[in-house]
Each structure stands twice: as C-alpha cells, then as structure tokens.
Design a protein around this ligand. Structure first.
Ligand SMILES: *Cc1c(COP(=O)(O)O)cnc(C)c1O
Length: 536
C-alpha cells in the first residue's frame, strides 16, 4: 500500500481547491456518487453480513500514523461502510421515521458543508441567521397562525425569539422544559431565579413539596432525559396509562390535582401530536383546558406529527395546538429534510429570554446571535435545507405528501384486516400503524375461548419477535416492532409490528409483498409450531 507523504506541502494541498473539471478529486466524487446512486436504487434494505463480522472491520484503536490518499480511502469507505449501511431510501424500509429524502438535498448538502457556517453567532453565519429566523417564523405561523404584523414585529427582533432550531426533537423537548422550569422559578426578592440559584433554592423559595411533569405512557423517551438533565429526576415524570393510545384529560386533571393537594406543583403537561409508537394525537384542546386549570406550562410534542398541519384535510386533527406554550417539531421526519433539523417554538416571543445567556466575546447584549437563547453551541445551517424544501415543495407539495401517506396507511390497514393471518392492533390516525401475525386458527379459537389469551399471548409475542428479526436479517424489507397495551388488551402489553409509511415511493405491491414475506417466514419458525401446539 502506498501512503501519501505527511509533508506540510501535502497538507496545504488538502485545503486547496483542486483545479480543472477532471481533477483527481472530481473523478473520486463521480465515483462516489455513482456508487451511492447504485446503492440507493437497490431494493435491498441491508446486506446480510452480521454485525459481529462488521465489527471486525472497525476494531482498530490506533490512529493511523501516515496520511492516506483520498482515492484509496474512498474505496475503503465504499467497501466497509456504504456496502453495510441501511438503505433508508428503499420503498420496503417502512419501520422508522427516518426515510428517503428528495434528491435535491444531496446537492444542497454540498453547499452546506462547503460554506460551513456556524449559526451560534452572526460573525460566522451572516445571512444564515435571518434565514433561520424566517424559517422559524414560517413554522411558527403554521402552528400559531398570527397575522402579518405579529411576524413583522418579532421575526428579526433582537430581544425576542419565536423559537429555536436545534439538532432534533430531543433537544427541542429539553429546551421547551428548560424555559418552563425557568419561568416557574422566576426571580423574586432575594431569590435570583433558578438559573442562578438552582433547583433546591427554587423549591424552598416557592415552597413546593414536589415537582412533576405529566404525560402519557406513549411520551417519547427524550422526556425522561429532559427531566433528568433539568434536575427534576426521572421519578418526577408521571406517565399515565393510555390503553386507547391518547392521554385522557380527566385522568390528567385528577392526577394533577392530586399533586397540588400534596403541596406539589405540576411544572408542565406534555401532550403528544403523533406518538412515536402508534401515531395517535392527544386531545390537545381539552388538555389545554387541563393545563389552564392546573396553572402549568403546556408543551405539545409534535416532533413527528406536526407536519400534518400542512394538510387542509388532516390538519384539524391537531386542533388546540395553537394554545400550547411550546411546540416541538422535527423537520427531519415528515418534512423530508436530512437529519439534524429540530425546532422548538414558543407562543410567547418573550419565552426565550428565560434562558438567555450572554458571553463577552459573542452573544453580547442586544446582539441577534441565535446562540444567546439556544441550548446547543456550534450548529450548522440546516435551516437552509428546510428553507429550500418549503420553497421547492411548497405548502401544496407537503400537503400532497402528508395526504397520500395517510391514505396509504389506511389502505394498508384494510389489507391487514382482510388478511386471514394478520390482526390490526392500532388503526392509523396518521401514516403509522401497528399489527401482528396471528394464525387464523388462533384468531378463531380466541373468539370462542377468550381466556386462552393468557397462555397464547406470550407465545404470539415470541413469534412476532422472531418474524421481525428474520425479516430484518434477510434484508429485503424492514418493519420495526414495539410492545404496548391496546384497547383490546388494556391490561397486558403485547408485541406488535410497527409501520411508518414515510417513503412516497412505497407501493401497494411493496406492502402486499411485505405481508407475504412475513407469512412465508412465520410458518417456518419454531415459534409458530409452539403457538399451534398450544392450541391443542
Ligand atoms: C422522534 C421524536 C422525538 C425525538 O426526536 P429526535 O429528533 O430523535 O431527537 C421526540 N418526540 C417524538 C414524539 C418523536 O417522534
């Protein structure tokens, strides 16, 4: 193997733009993009090489001493990495919220990396900062529907912010609860506020016996991380049972009042607009009433489901979202923007000031640096990707994408219900559904002897796991799985397949084939025999 020379001249060359159309780098670039196009156009979801084998390719702990030629390194990346990554662009990859992207993002990504802007401060981003503020304003208007004069007043206001852009829903949820926490423990008298004096002093000053955040069992795991980093502790997150998949406002009110009666305080009520596991939407309007009654912050986690607002037909499902104090939205989910594009939006443009932070060399008083109110520091100009998408697709384009995904999910649900060996476990509200494989003979027996469910469910659970694993390993298609209580089985969680229909290119034929593959796999498995034997 020939290595490049580690000379200063060589290193300078690495930073110098190569000349000419047919420079070596241009050839490498073409080679890489040809390979990428080839990879993405294949229907296979993943290679069948085992993870343990792949780990052998990545078991070095020493940094290579000598530099390597880019061409040589590119070949290594293709062989070791690209060939064994997951083809999230495959129309038969229908298990997660990560999906195919419109191809124009590939060209834009080059621009983004090429410019390498840092949005933490205007000195390293200039036009990118007003662009990001405009994007936040557009999404804010989609959610809160204020008029022109509101946005004229706040879009580029140095002392206000409509929200903040961040790497994803997790950071957005933490940011929202950070604001809620700091507003609850505002400075008064000798107390300088929680951001100065801390949680213990805040609890003493306000005399709260305990502090809670209420959500449903379908709340995203990032909420647990949020109460952890904010110093409340995971025990403070109350996750209420929701066998019909949405948070019951009566139950939330009752639990909240119980906390108040114990001398506690509810810091926030968190409603979901599109749960990660089943895609259900909590009754936002009624939960806004509950939050008002409890005197707490209402946060709506619409990381995945928020894009439904683009649709005139389905946007009404999120009625009441405009009453939320804060909203989380991920552009890298149903807005088809590359990963690293989350947003938190605030109803009150003054809310961001609860967490405003200044430093001497940047983020000075009165500056419009976005870093002054964001949790993250250095951050790329991902807002440009959303800005471009909003223009290239337009609201009408997004509406079409949302509508056709939901309608496809409804069609898939009908296919599952019509199939003798499958059972729909949660119907799609948006483009997400869950189902499981239950052999027809088992379904018929359960109808006449429902008490058999106790012994059959654990076996069906194992069968579901085995089918999902084998399907994933064979690499032709992918559905995910989860475990949840459903309306039919409110007491006992069951394992189910989970499908997210994100790729607009997924066809009815793809879906038919995915069910057929699961059925073919199922009947060969020992777990299938065990289920049938249990029938006697
Ligand atoms: C995806 C998701 C999150 C977390 O978002 P990341 O971008 O993965 O950090 C939070 N809440 C909900 C409801 C989600 O679907």
């Amino acid at each position: 193997m020939t290595n490049a020379q580690a000379s200063l001249a060589h290193l300078y060359r690495v930073f110098t733009k190569p000349e000419g159309q047919d420079s070596k780098l241009a050839q490498i670039e073409r080679h890489l993009s040809d390979n990428l196009a080839d990879f993405l156009s294949r229907h296979v979801v993943a290679s069948n090489r085992s993870l343990e084998d792949i780990e052998q390719d990545f078991n070095q702990s020493l940094i290579p001493e000598q530099p390597q030629f880019v061409s040589e390194h590119a070949e290594q990346l293709l062989d070791k990495l690209v060939a064994h990554s997951v083809n999230t662009y495959s129309p038969r990859f229908i298990g997660h919220m990560t999906s195919a992207l419109p191809y124009f993002h590939l060209s834009l990504a080059k621009l983004l990396v090429g410019l390498n802007q840092n949005l933490v401060k205007i000195e390293t981003s200039k036009a990118f900062t007003p662009l990001e503020r405009q994007v936040l304003g557009m999404i804010h208007r989609l959610v809160y529907k204020h008029d022109d004069s509101f946005y004229q007043q706040y879009l580029h206001n140095a002392n206000r912010s409509l929200g903040s852009f961040c790497s994803g829903g997790t950071i957005a949820n933490i940011s929202a609860l950070w604001v809620a926490r700091n507003r609850l423990f505002a400075p008064r008298g000798q107390f300088r506020g929680i951001s100065q004096d801390g949680l213990l002093a805040g609890m003493q000053e306000y005399g709260y016996q305990k502090l809670s955040v209420i959500t449903s069992r379908r709340g995203h795991y990032s909420l647990g991380k949020a109460v952890d980093v904010l110093g409340l502790g995971r025990q403070s997150l109350l996750t209420l049972p929701c066998p019909n998949q949405t948070l019951d406002p009566q139950l939330a009110l009752k639990e909240g009042q119980a906390i108040l009666a114990q001398g506690g305080k509810v810091m926030a009520l968190i409603a979901l607009a599109g749960t990660t596991e089943t895609g259900h939407i909590d009754p936002l309007d009624e939960l806004a009433d509950v939050a008002a009654e409890l005197g707490c912050h209402l946060h709506v986690d619409a990381a995945w489901g928020g894009a439904t607002l683009f649709s005139r037909r389905y946007g009404g499902l999120l009625k009441g979202i405009e009453r939320a104090d804060s909203v989380t939205l991920d552009a890298h989910k149903q807005m088809y923007v590359p990963m690293g594009a989350g947003m938190v939006l605030f109803k009150d443009p003054d809310a961001g000031n609860q967490v405003r932070h200044h430093a001497q060399y940047i983020l000075r008083q009165g500056s419009k640096d976005l870093g002054a109110t964001s949790l993250e520091g250095s951050r790329n100009g991902m807002a440009m990707m959303l800005y471009a998408s909003l223009h290239i697709l337009g609201r009408n384009g997004y509406e079409l994408l949302i509508d056709q995904s939901i309608e496809k999910a409804k069609a898939f649900a009908a296919m599952i219900e019509a199939h003798p060996h499958f059972q729909l476990t949660t119907s799609p509200v948006l483009c997400l559904l869950t189902y499981r494989y239950v052999p027809q003979a088992v379904q018929e027996r359960l109808l006449v002897e429902p008490q058999l469910a106790n012994s059959l469910h654990p076996l069906l659970d194992e069968l579901t796991v085995a089918i999902q694993k084998h399907q994933r390993e064979s690499g032709h298609s992918f559905v995910s799985r989860t475990r949840l209580e459903t309306q039919d089985y409110p007491q006992q969680a069951i394992n189910v397949f989970r499908v997210v229909l994100a790729n607009p290119l997924t066809s009815a034929d793809d879906l038919t084939e995915i069910l057929a593959e699961q059925h073919r796999l199922a009947v060969t498995l020992p777990q299938f025999r065990q289920v049938m034997e249990a029938l006697g």
